[in-house]
Design a protein around this ligand. Structure first.
Ligand code: BGC
Length: 765
């Protein structure tokens, strides 16, 4: 109890430090006192840029984009709208254009309105400044999870913050702190992977990178982050976006909450709500989650924004509100502070004003919401400096930044199979490069790249290398032939592919030494990425099988947002390399790995399933590992993934020894130090990720997980070199949540596992 009180006080102190600013609080209160109800409601409203762009309707704008003074006057002056998001026409803008657009908006907000409150502009800059031409595109979060490199994650976020501010944008709808636990889900790749500890560790790094170590987001090189999507977003039963999930309290707290809790403690300024439905209740209407858990229990002082159109969705989609007005009442009373409307803002504003007048939403609730909005605006220093200027950001798109994106890609790419050390290839190997992902900048980047679904990427990426171009650069064009075999359709559903000419690819394979076969997926996110079959497409499977029949070694390069099942042909492949969505420098990084200039060090951030009906995460229960019984019955469906979480090969070998704990038993509240020595026993230098897992042998309240990740470190070792790595485990690290959501730290035996080594420790009363 004492500890809990101390901790809460500590968290409160941190969050006050993060937000600040006693001074600001006084200013905020003074401002709220002056505001009319209409002005307050406007602060709680967010519209998308097209609404104020010149054009025939609110859904798109004329090109080139120009702001519409009349539409701006109506939205910003008459309705007092306090926030704008997104780009217009789903298209990237130059830093100059962003500066002009946002300056114009701020001019209206700060000159033509009574109280001169700046607008807060937000954009999804999820792997670099998504909607800015010339920005540095990093590997997507799933690849960053594979890098297991905390420093690189932070550095990438710092660069994204810089380039986002260079685009005059102060607020980023990132990071995704959801658990990427379901390979069917269209947004798995937007997460750091399936493990709560991994997501928590890297999430905090990303927030520190965006906001600065002290969350001083007023610094014009920092931005406000938005944790998303609170809470349990990827847990949909159907595996499809924005469909229902059923999550018991212990599961919510054990797996989904830790990353958000840590992020709130790290001082993140804003949070976005899960667009889905948990236990029958849309999260946007869930008072227990938004107010009780987030604002009261976690002590979150920042701004809670909806996801796209999600108040309207309570009425239109989920039908828990008979009218839009009821939907507004439910959401605001549940704890929403800002509505991402994003188009028709009049109903939200009018309904909310009426609800307050009718006493159905209290003025206290409105003031609380406005206070949270203004807090972020003050913290961002928008009152003093409503825009930044691209001219002050000379490092935008610089070589230094590009190198960081390249390095992240080179540490993320994961070698999953390397039969007879077919890799690395010699530099005079004659290769055939094949497959629909071989010559595509679009697929290297994934969605949220220059456009929502990533379809506009080719317009902006001429200067970067596809996989094919990078390989040509490495071994010379004369050594490389290319035959796509299969390609993605440009019309119809863009995730579908079509056969180009498989025979031509087979012919070309005959005169090559090695085939580099680049398969995977086209780009997608959200609903357009919903999937009916987790197997990689039939066309690609046919291409793989036919190329394998030629008899030349086949290197399978995967370029995909989620692990598409490859078991129908994986045995025929000599090597498998997972690139995930490695960004604009992914082609270069891959070529360096294939030809031995870089030793791969990525580790899978998820479990790669062998079959579509066996998508079990590495975090699972003992009953999911019942070993095969002898006899006539079929017990073949054991837990047996294609590749395990944490798997990843190197061109060198590592040997683990001396795994030990500084004490074999320890008490609650104490910590134990675990150490292990790792030696590079191969011929080349390499980086190794040391994963520490624990296994609770018996847990009396809930069947324990078979094993859980409790620590990881990435180290560099020269040939022959060894290092000892230490981890500290507290009794709390070994605790779990009970059925009612209570934390249980229980005496008992635990196994600690590092690579192939195991020791036992005991937690005693
Ligand atoms: C997505 C969010 C995103 C928002 C704003 C929504 O459709 O679910 O992740 O931040 O749009 O673009």
């Amino acid at each position: 109890m004492k500890i809990k009180t101390g901790l809460t006080a500590f968290i409160l102190l941190i969050s006050l430090f993060a937000f600040g600013q006693k001074n600001d609080e006084a200013k905020i209160e003074a401002l709220i006192k002056k505001m009319t109800l209409e002005e307050k409601v406007g602060q709680m409203a967010q519209i998308t840029l097209d609404v104020i762009g010149k054009g025939d309707n609110i859904y798109s704008s004329y090109e080139p984009l120009k702001l519409d003074p009349e539409a701006m006057k109506k939205a910003l002056v008459k309705y007092h709208i306090g926030s704008v998001l997104n780009t217009a026409n789903n298209r990237a803008l130059t830093p100059e254009k962003w500066h002009d657009i946002i300056s114009e908006i701020q001019k209206v907000a700060m000159k033509d309105t009574r109280l001169r409150i700046p607008v807060i502009y937000g954009v999804d800059e999820i792997h670099g400044a998504t909607y800015t031409v010339g920005a540095t595109m990093f590997p997507q979060q799933i690849a960053q999870g594979a890098s297991r490199n905390r420093e690189l994650v932070k550095q990438g976020a710092q660069i994204t913050a810089y380039e986002t501010r260079a685009s005059s944008i102060p607020w980023n709808f990132s990071p995704v702190l959801d658990l990427g636990m379901d390979p069917r889900f269209s947004r798995m790749w937007e997460s750091f992977g399936e493990d709560p500890y991994l997501v928590t560790e890297l999430g905090v790094q990303m927030i520190d990178g965006y906001e600065g170590d002290n969350n001083d987001v007023g610094n014009p090189e920092h931005i406000a982050s938005s944790l998303k999507h609170f809470l349990g977003y990827h847990a949909a039963i159907s595996g499809k976006d924005r469909t229902p999930s059923y999550i018991p309290e212990d599961v919510l707290r054990e797996y989904h909450l830790p990353s958000f809790k840590a992020a709130v403690e790290a001082g993140a300024h804003t949070i976005m709500v899960n667009s889905g439905i948990i236990n029958g209740v849309p999260v946007h209407a869930n008072y227990e989650l938004l107010t009780k858990l987030l604002k009261e229990e976690l002590g979150f002082k920042g701004l809670v924004v909806t996801d796209w159109a999600d108040i309207e969705n309570l009425h239109r989609r989920d039908r828990v509100a008979a009218t839009n007005k009821d939907a507004v009442m439910m959401a605001i009373n549940a704890g929403i502070d800002m509505s991402m409307i994003p188009y028709q803002y009049e109903p939200f504003c009018n309904d909310l004003i009426a609800l307050v007048k009718e006493g159905k939403v209290s003025m206290d609730r409105i003031d609380d919401a406005v206070r949270r909005v203004l807090r972020v605006k003050y913290a961002l220093n928008l009152f003093e400096k409503p825009t930044t200027n691209y001219k002050d950001y000379p490092k935008f798109g610089s070589e230094e930044f590009e190198k960081a994106a390249y390095t992240m890609a080179s540490e993320a790419i994961t070698l999953l199979k390397n039969d007879e050390n077919v890799l690395p290839l010699g530099k005079n190997t004659k290769v055939l490069v094949a497959g629909p992902n071989a010559n595509s900048m679009r697929t290297l980047n994934g969605a949220w790249t220059y456009s929502w679904q990533g379809e506009k990427t080719p317009e902006y990426t001429e200067q970067y290398n596809t996989i094919l171009e990078a390989i040509q650069g490495k071994v010379g064009k004369e050594n490389v032939s290319y035959a796509s075999g299969v390609s993605y359709k440009m019309d119809g559903k863009y995730y579908e592919d079509q056969v180009d000419d498989i025979d031509a690819a087979v012919e070309a394979a005959k005169s090559a030494d090695v085939v580099i076969l680049c398969l995977g997926e086209n780009t997608y996110t959200e609903k357009p990425g919903d999937l009916n079959d987790l197997y990689i497409s039939e066309n690609q499977t046919e291409l793989a099988n036919k190329l394998a029949e030629v008899g030349k070694p086949v290197i399978l390069v995967l370029n995909e947002g989620r692990p598409r099942v490859i078991s129908r042909f994986e045995r025929e492949m000599d090597a498998v390399v997972q690139t995930y969505l490695p960004g604009n420098f992914g082609g270069d990084a891959l070529a360096d790995i294939l030809f031995g200039d870089v030793n791969p060090s990525g580790k899978l951030p998820y479990t790669y399933p062998r079959y579509p009906n066996a998508t079990i995460s590495y975090i699972h229960k003992p009953s999911e590992e019942q070993k095969k019984a002898e006899g006539v019955y079929n017990y073949e469906a054991d837990y047996n993934p294609q590749f395990s979480f944490g798997y990843g090969l190197s061109y060198t070998t590592f040997e683990y020894s001396g795994l030990k704990a500084d004490k074999s038993s320890f008490k609650k509240g104490e910590a134990v130090k675990i150490s292990v020595t790792v030696k590079n026993t191969g011929k080349v230098a390499g980086k190794e990720v040391i994963h520490l897992f624990s296994s609770d042998l018996y847990a009396s309240h809930i069947t324990p997980d078979v094993k859980r990740l409790r620590g990881f470190e990435k180290i560099m070792l020269e040939p022959g070199q060894s290092k000892t790595v230490d981890f500290t485990l507290t009794s709390e690290d070994l605790s779990y949540f009970g059925k009612g959501g209570e934390k249980i730290t229980e005496a008992g035996d635990f196994e600690i596992m590092v690579a192939d080594k195991k020791i036992k420790i005991s937690l005693v009363e």
